[in-house]
Design a protein around this ligand. Structure first.
Ligand SMILES: [Zn+2]
Length: 82
């Protein structure tokens, strides 16, 4: 993998554009982008928003999996318990 330098273009989620856009790296911490700015709207923000988005997605997926699993195993639903 190539090293990231200041000014490099990385993909990240821009909360202003509300989509993943090209970002320029404006500060680095431990060779990782710390701050980036969106090349579409020039909004500067912390890097890693894309990752937290992914995390949220997988949490939702896991919940869905639980729902499917409980429907298969026949775990009684909340209403039926009463
Ligand atoms: Zn933007």
């Amino acid at each position: 993998m190539s090293e990231i330098r200041l000014g490099d273009v990385v993909d990240d989620y821009c909360s202003r554009c509300r989509l993943e856009t090209n970002h320029s790296v404006v500060s680095l911490v431990n060779r990782q982008p710390a701050k980036v700015h969106c090349r579409s709207c020039f909004y500067e923000h912390n890097y890693g928003a894309a990752k937290s988005q992914e995390k949220r997605k997988s949490t939702k997926k896991a919940k869905l999996f639980d729902d499917v699993l409980s429907s298969i195993t026949g775990t009684p639903k909340e209403e039926e318990k009463r």
